[in-house]
Write a protein that binds this ligand. Structure first.
Ligand code: MN
Length: 140
């Protein structure tokens, strides 16, 4: 049994979405850290959660700007960010990837697959890290 709980930072201003996402993640065995605006989220991100779920519509700063800031900061650049985009707006998804998000999830959230999808994003992160280590050891 894996005793290490992956820690997910959820940056989301909508209380109902926050409650739903938190419940689903905790039921899926994740530890959840909550932030209700971008400033609070960026402060929490410095503790290096395993993954960040970023709502793109935040009250103080849009999620794409927050994502770019986190990606360009060496302290937080290695933490994968998954965008939460409303109503499957295709333009937003493309913009999310261009801003440095590793992927996106569309709202309304699919409650049955949500935790499994987050797990698959974490698996991608582990694979990328392993590949990067292999490449680094090959080059040197
Ligand atoms: Mn929002």
């Amino acid at each position: 049994m894996n005793t290490h709980k992956h820690r997910i930072l959820v940056i989301e201003d909508n209380a109902l979405n926050m409650e739903l996402v938190t419940d689903l993640l905790e039921a899926g065995g994740f530890e959840v850290c909550q932030a209700r605006n971008a400033e609070d989220g960026m402060a929490h991100a410095r503790s290096r959660p395993d993954l960040i779920l970023m709502d793109l519509g935040l009250p103080d700063m849009d999620g794409l700007t927050a994502t770019r800031a986190l990606r360009s900061n060496p302290e937080t650049a290695s933490v994968p960010i998954i965008a939460l985009t409303a109503h499957a707006m295709k333009g937003h998804e493309k913009a999310a990837l261009e801003a440095g998000c590793a992927g996106y999830l569309t709202k309304p959230i699919d409650t049955r697959s949500f935790a499994a999808t987050v797990t698959s994003f974490l698996a991608d992160k582990v694979l990328r890290t392993t590949l990067n280590q292999l490449i680094t050891s090959y080059e040197h």
